[in-house]
Ligand binder design. Sequence first.
Ligand code: ATP
Ligand code: MG
Length: 646
Amino acid sequence: MQEKVYEVPADWAKRAYVDEARYNEMYEASIRDPEAFWDEHGRRIDWFTPYEKVKNVSYAPGEVSIRWFEDGVTNVAYNCIDRHLETRGDQTAIIWEGDDPSESRLITYRELHDEVCRFANVLRNRGVEKGDRVTIYMPMIPEAAFAMLACARLGAIHSVVFGGFSPDSLAGRIEDCASKVVITADEGLRGGRKVPLKANVDAAIAKVGGVDHVVVVRRTGADVAMEPGRDVWYHEAAALVTSECPCEPMEAEDPLFILYTSGSTGKPKGVLHTTGGYLVYASMTHQYVFDYHDGDIFWCTADVGWVTGHSYILYGPLANGATTLMFEGVPNYPDNSRFWRVIDKHQVNIFYTAPTAIRALMQAGDEPVKKTSRTSLRLLGSVGEPINPEAWEWYYRVVGDGRCPIVDTWWQTETGGILISPLPGAIALKPGSATRPFFGIRPEIVDAEGKVLEGATEGNLCIADSWPGQMRTVYGDHQRFMDTYFSTYPGKYFTGDGCRRDADGYYWITGRVDDVINVSGHRMGTAEVESALVAHAKVSEAAVVGYPHDIKGQGIYAYVTLMAGVEPTEELRKELVQWVRKEIGPIASPDLVQFAPNLPKTRSGKIMRRILRKIAEDEFSNLGDTSTLADPSVVDDLIHNRQNKR
Ligand code: ATP
Ligand code: MG
């Protein structure tokens, strides 16, 4: 493993909210007395009725219960909009950048207020009340944000389903939370291609029923079927209502949203987040991890259909009165410079994206980046998968011109906000490491028996105590919540991820525990072998899994995507095996290398090793749940070209 260290730049230590000494002081205080720490920081949002109780949590087997600020009353939309009106009504809240580079829109906090109230009134006129579930299946247009905040304003629970999901996946999610109302658009637009959202909703409803109202936002103007009595055009309904709508008083533990996990490991779980603790944690991490200061332009490239979009496009930034950028398109449309052009166009200061996008853009070379300026950039961020040191270095050197720290943020849908990440003014960076825990987070590394391992070590990552942004339950199935997260290691939250802690106390996520490979008794995380492969100049992406091996127990099967224009040859195959041997050691050298132009990914861009493992094991008929795959045809190609194991 690479152990290069990038010290905190002096100007960063000075201007940031916290430097190293302050980080240590605040972190220690947060662990020594969590009640006092969160009592203070929970007041960063406005409460209609301030809380007196701070934390009421049990991780006890069979009776897991998580409550924060429980006697406080507030409203998320109030905190994201209304409380800013006096001081920043005319400030831009949302910069919207369309799929087509000629389209963009600025929305001030005052306009946001009016739009959200209107949307809330449209929903209220359709019977939506506190506690009702509303499914949002939308493209990345401002109305998606208005719809989410409108639900929050009314106290309705939104369930956002990524617009790239099929009618079947949408149907399952509508049914699971029994939504009576669905909000969608005629069509979506991504990379110049149209997505038939309304038609997908019709197909989903035909499957599950139970939906009384479909509110349709006009995006492309396509001619879509409208069912009288059930479907309504948003612009027509909005013309009939006012732009005033009171905020529903919400108890801290009233639900805010349900969000299904991305499905990398199997059937997605309906993660439930509540009001007060979630907003405190999302806004606090947004401020400190990104060192957000007034006037900064913040861009998170996620889709609002993922938790990253919830916490760091919408709720965290808006609670902080920030200017947040929302992008409808994709990184390579109209060309591979799009991200960097948008940064120049809107003078983005903080840019937050995923390793999958970084690796794809890296594959296209430096030139599309170099021809843009990017001088407005100050900080870069990464989330979603381990970032290989090679991709980290490229991001740092080429995109950030060696000027911008990178915050590699580890977290999950379940955690509501970032748990492990550098704070840019406080923590020296090591490429590939998520570094240190955020305030109040107690990571523990345990062995298979649950024994807590101390010092420099490697094992399974747990969190020993609760934090305000933690999920509260699996919607409608508290038993599944307890079984999934609290039964493997009783008394702790189990993340499902493997992790290494080095001698400096830095955390390195090694991949999912299910993906760990055991070669001749040596346990290995997938991330390490993949990073070694990606470090080869001809490799752009790699996925590594184990398969049954007569002698070693498990052999290493590597799927490798080559850089654009590189020829897959027998010689290169041998070279790659030797390369890994030299980089990590003989124990890690791949037994089989398959060249794969594409890897199976979730719709959020994560590699699905579960499916690759099945292919490596020759279990093609038993691939499990493939409904969350972005492109199912990739799998046939991989099966067709699999490597023979003799
Ligand atoms: P499912 O739980 O349905 O299988 P998922 O785990 O991919 O899907 P998410 O909640 O979107 O759903 O992803 C969280 C996971 O992503 C983490 O558990 C971890 O494996 C990975 N991850 C996220 N950020 C990082 C990071 N910075 N470094 C390493 N891994 C990360
Ligand atoms: Mg997960």
